[in-house]
Design a protein. Structure first.
Length: 123
């Protein structure tokens, strides 16, 4: 899979939680639309496999809930970054279906932290 002409040609997409699921499929679609992609994930082996499959520009293995690691990642990113998607995070009850309301805001807040940190570091 390679970048090229497409709706995202010449743009860079960072996917936090890009080694599987929605993040991986988003990275795959972004590449098919011409974007360079940067993937992150917790599991280095799974991350490298995903990066190889989509042709990622670079990767970083860390837990997105680890604030110092997240800050270091964004501080070291080459700019410009056109899009950031965070699919990282998980509910504390093991799943969202039938889990009640409390785990969902925790996952939302951890994803919101990603965007806040990026904005603070790139001003």
């Amino acid at each position: 899979m390679s970048g090229g002409a497409g709706a995202l040609a010449g743009q860079t997409v960072v996917v936090i939680g890009g080694s599987g699921g929605i993040g991986f499929e988003t990275a795959r679609l972004a590449r098919s639309e011409g974007a360079e992609v940067v993937l992150t994930g917790r599991n280095p082996e799974r991350l490298e496999n995903a990066a190889s499959e989509v042709g990622a520009k670079s990767t970083a293995a860390f837990d997105a809930a680890d604030e110092p690691a997240l800050e270091a990642f964004f501080a070291d990113l080459e700019t410009p970054i056109d899009h950031v998607l965070s699919t990282a995070g998980r509910s504390r009850s093991g799943g969202r279906v039938g889990c009640g309301a409390s785990p969902v805001p925790m996952s939302f807040l951890s994803n919101l932290l990603v965007f806040r940190r990026y904005g603070e570091l790139k001003r």
